[in-house]
Ligand binder design. Sequence first.
Ligand SMILES: Cc1cc2nc3c(=O)[nH]c(=O)nc-3n(C[C@H](O)[C@H](O)[C@H](O)COP(=O)(O)O)c2cc1C
Length: 236
Amino acid sequence: MRAPMESSVDSKKRILIIYFSFSSQTNNLIQSLVQGMEKYNVKVIRERLVPIDQLRFPIGSVMGTIRMMIVTFFRKRFPIQPIGDRCFEGYDLIILAGPTWSYNPSGPVLSLLDRDGERLFKGKHLIPLISCRGYWRVHWLGLKRLLYKKGAKVINIMVFVHPNPEPWRTIGVFLKLAGSVPEKKSWFARKYRKYGHTRKQLKEADRFGQMIAKEVVQGGNNIHHLNFDTEIARPL
Ligand SMILES: Cc1cc2nc3c(=O)[nH]c(=O)nc-3n(C[C@H](O)[C@H](O)[C@H](O)COP(=O)(O)O)c2cc1C
């Protein structure tokens, strides 16, 4: 007979989060999402995708950044290390998170889908989380199509966009990737305070985590009704 402690741990609902993050923005959102989830009685397992050829942030040059934008536009795959065996266990919900790269899912996420997509996602309830500067719809459509092909049941979507107005947002991301610190350039800083997501958005990710975990604990039948399309997550 199992000890009572052990059986209560075993009966917890389980959520798997698989994610890639290049400049820490998805990573920060996931940290907050998990914090929110852990306020409920769920077990959260996190798996970060690690490219085989290390990717350095920032890219460090204008030419390197342009090259990366071109190859990612054509959906170049970025091979990844094997993921942990625990990812293939049973889960009540899977979150697949990562940035938009040139209107597409990032190269490491594409590699994951090619290599492990069917084994990981077939028949599973899944919510993608997208971190981007602002242009996520083409990414979302493409990702949804790829996930359906792998047999996933995509039941909702979380999108966080950088809350800076254009054109400063696009210029700021480009300069940041190229290795500059746009927030510290006096002429630019007035228009562009910060690269990436704000504290308010991280708090929103925590709230989303709570909403998801609460639903999962209650059986998960209403996750598709949860509203993640908020002013804070997707301003402008
Ligand atoms: C190569 C590359 C291409 C990008 N292309 C887009 C894009 O098409 N649309 C967009 O909204 N953001 C784009 N971005 C910005 C990232 O999606 C955004 O900075 C995101 O928050 C980064 O998340 P991460 O730090 O987890 O990698 C691009 C970033 C990189 C590195």
